[in-house]
Design a protein around this ligand. Sequence first.
Ligand SMILES: C[S@@+](CC[C@H](N)C(=O)[O-])C[C@H]1O[C@@H](n2cnc3c(N)ncnc32)[C@H](O)[C@@H]1O
Length: 225
Amino acid sequence: LFWSAYALVYDVIWDSPLTRTVADSVADAIDDSMTGGCPTQRTVVDLGCGTGLVSRSLTERGLGVVGVDASEAMLRRAQLTGRLTRTVLADAALTTLDPGQIHAAVAVNLLHVHADPAAVLAEAVRLVVPGAAIVLVWPTDDVTPTTLNRLELQLGRPLLQVASADAARLTVGLLGQIVGARRHRHQALRGAVREAANAGTVRVCSEQVLEGCQHLLTLRATSTG
Ligand SMILES: C[S@@+](CC[C@H](N)C(=O)[O-])C[C@H]1O[C@@H](n2cnc3c(N)ncnc32)[C@H](O)[C@@H]1O
């Protein structure tokens, strides 16, 4: 119910210059990881794809994108906007997709809300070919609506859109508090990545903070988990 309601206003809030900056950085990380070959032969899985705002930056670069999400409403919106190639209604930790067929995986702003972030990472490793990139993004612990509004204005989003996004985000935030929506903090998520690295299923290639509000980690799958 929470994600269905969120789907109604998701693009009002997040189809913005800030999301575009993050999505393009994710696409850059994927591009850098894929040397040679024709991009149309390459498929990326977008775990927790939502309405496809990150998938859009990947499809624009000629990549095939399989979007996985547990919310039908989010996937419907993603399909309507044509931002991805194929959608799969499933838990991101149990996608039912065949193992070792995908050329890269992304999970953007999913891990902090998922019940089992380590299981999502293990599923990403299972899905990709060995050596493929896995790009993870989650919010910094200290990000606030005020920070987001300031950033969006700096990045050129019109004031009216920033105000509408702020009101919608407040409403979704209240709903999230009522239903007890979860939010893992940075240390917990970084710990899950460290455990996977210690187990030898991934290697951490790079780590950065985008616009002061989003952690972006680029990993390599070192085995099929
Ligand atoms: C904050 S949104 C991020 C959407 C998109 N990745 C983006 O960055 O715009 C989180 C998404 O994760 C999805 N989600 C939540 N729990 C999930 C689960 N267990 N399995 C798959 N998707 C899930 C929600 O439906 C929602 O679309």
